[in-house]
Design a protein around this ligand. Structure first.
Ligand code: NAD
Length: 507
């Protein structure tokens, strides 16, 4: 065991002692809140399936109270000047940076994600706060739209208290991606983290409070989707719901919020293609293909889980891939050398492993992996898996597996590649590898996905729009797109005093 691994284990143990000894409460109105309900649930460490601790489970009344608190806090927060919101959100970012290692350690233990990625995710969480802090002073900006005898101009106002519901794959980063723009816009937030990974969402609420965010502006309530999440999406005080999670859950949430006419932003599942043409830079394409399915345990919405590979190079490319997959390091999430950690939960592990039998039954070939990985005889470890000789109709090419499993489908030419890539219910991301610049553009225009990367992996630029088409989502995040969601646009029309006002009842 390396020294770094050992000190990660020791430091994580110290941080987790708090969660082992006390039930994790909610965070409402600037303080810990045990909740009215006595219900709790346990959380599990994916590395060995031991219990980390117990967590308060938010009842209908608990969620209702958090929503009312957010509603009351909104009356003041919406009027806090943009410059002051900027100052406060930068303080939150600074506090995140100061606690980045703690966040990464807790996140790795709680979610099973390798520490090498969680360290970066915590820092990226701070970057989200910095970016939207800087945008806060201009969040209200609108357009000047002069007409002949009137001046129209638009302003934006925060929509109100919002619900933020996040999944377990990279909980801290995803929470900041939603919460930072909401706060910068002037909204207050009730956040419900995923029940399988509740800790870092709570840490964010505590950190923000310690950094000076006023009471009630960011609240965190734990619990199940069925009760806690559902109540949040139905509560009349909540004006919009930003949700990241599965497609079917998004659909349920839309039903739940219909009665109170919620605005929704959905970031849902994906089955993203990476298309490699014979003229691509093979080495760079190989690096990107390996990274985009095996980083973050393959539990990544933008993972390129379908390799669409030109027939002429498939033997060579697949052979190189198999060699690289054989060298991937599966191991404990806190070991700095680990590239693939354990899957988040036994249920998810069972789901991912079920696809190995399905692949074999449907006639695909398991070229690498295809079984559980034995690490200390414990934990939800899966061997990185490569399925070849697949076709678009197979379950493994259609369903989001959300694990370290890559499915390869060969194609003949550009038209064939587009047809295969678009033969999916999803439309989140698409990756194209070619050295033909015209083809790169043609592919980008033809692929049915919200985000296309040509000759690149998932490189993010915070002002750029992030989001999916088809069953992968509704709406875009990033830059000003985020403010369009968290704010209402109001038009103001002012007459020059010269136009003729219609006169009725005068004749
Ligand atoms: P999930 O849909 O099961 O749960 C997500 C969150 O929704 C959790 O907090 C859960 O408790 C809550 N929830 C569940 N049912 C609810 C209900 N009826 N009402 C309100 N809330 C409810 O998703 P998951 O398994 O936690 O996460 C994995 C999924 O997230 C994958 O499909 C993945 O692709 C998707 N994801 C998408 C993006 C993106 O940007 N498009 C990013 C990350 C993850």
């Amino acid at each position: 065991m390396s020294q770094d691994f050992e000190s990660n284990l020791q430091d994580a143990d110290k941080l987790l002692a708090r969660f082992r000894n006390d039930t994790l409460p909610h965070f409402v109105n600037g303080m810990h809140d045990a909740g009215l309900s006595q219900d709790t649930f346990e959380t599990i460490a994916p590395a060995d399936n031991s219990i980390i601790g117990r967590v308060a489970s938010g009842s209908v009344e608990d969620v209702g109270r958090a929503c009312e608190v957010a509603e009351a806090a909104f009356e003041e927060w919406k009027n806090v000047p943009g410059k002051e919101r900027k100052r406060l959100l930068h303080k939150v970012a600074d506090a995140i940076i100061a606690r980045a290692r703690d966040i990464a350690l807790v996140e790795s233990i709680d979610s099973g994600q390798a520490i090498r990625f969680m360290t970066k995710a915590a820092v990226r969480g701070a970057a989200n706060f910095q970016y939207f802090a800087d945008m806060a002073p201009n969040a209200r900006d609108g357009l000047s739209l002069p007409a002949d005898e009137h001046l129209n101009y638009t302003i934006r106002q925060p929509i109100g208290p919002v619900g933020v519901i996040t999944p377990w794959n990279t909980p801290f980063m995803l929470s900041t991606w939603k919460i930072a723009p909401a706060l910068a816009a002037g909204c207050t937030v009730v956040h419900k983290p995923a029940a399988w990974s509740p800790y870092t969402g709570m840490m964010l609420a505590e950190i923000a409070h310690e950094a000076g965010l006023p009471d009630g502006v960011l609240n965190c309530v734990h619990g199940s989707g069925a009760v806690t999440g559902k109540t949040l999406t139905e509560h009349p005080a909540i004006k919009a719901v930003a949700f990241v999670g599965e497609t079917t859950t998004g659909s349920q949430i839309m039903h739940q919020g219909a009665e109170t006419l919620k605005r929704f932003h959905f970031e849902l599942g994906g089955k993203n293609p990476v298309i490699v043409f014979e003229d691509a830079d093979m080495d760079r394409a190989l690096d990107a293909v390996v990274f985009m399915i095996f980083s973050l345990n393959g539990e990544r919405c933008t993972s390129s889980s379908r390799l669409i590979i030109q027939e002429s190079i498939q033997d060579e490319f697949n052979a190189k891939l198999i060699e690289r997959i054989g060298k991937l390091k599966v191991g404990h999430p806190l070991d700095p050398v680990t590239e693939i950690g354990p899957l988040v939960h036994q249920n998810h592990f069972d789901k991912v492993c079920s696809y190995f039998d399905i692949a074999a039954k449907e006639g695909a070939t398991i070229a690498a992996g295809g079984k559980a990985a034995q690490i200390d005889g414990k934990g939800n470890y899966v061997e990185p898996t490569f399925l070849i000789n697949a076709s678009s109709g197979m379950t493994i090419a259609r369903q989001e597996i959300f694990g370290p499993v890559l499915t390869a489908i060969p194609f003949k030419d550009e038209a064939d590649a587009i047809a295969i890539a678009n033969d999916t219910d999803y439309g989140l991301a698409g990756y194209v590898w070619t050295n033909d610049i015209g083809r790169g553009h043609r592919m980008a225009h033809s692929l049915d996905a919200g985000m296309i990367w040509v000759n690149s992996e998932n490189n993010r630029h915070l002002p750029s729009p992030f989001g999916g088409m088809k069953s992968s989502g509704i709406g875009r995040d990033g830059g000003d797109y985020s403010f369009d969601f968290y704010m209402e646009t109001k038009n103001v029309c002012i007459a020059m005093g010269s136009h003729r006002v219609p006169q009725l009842g005068k004749a």
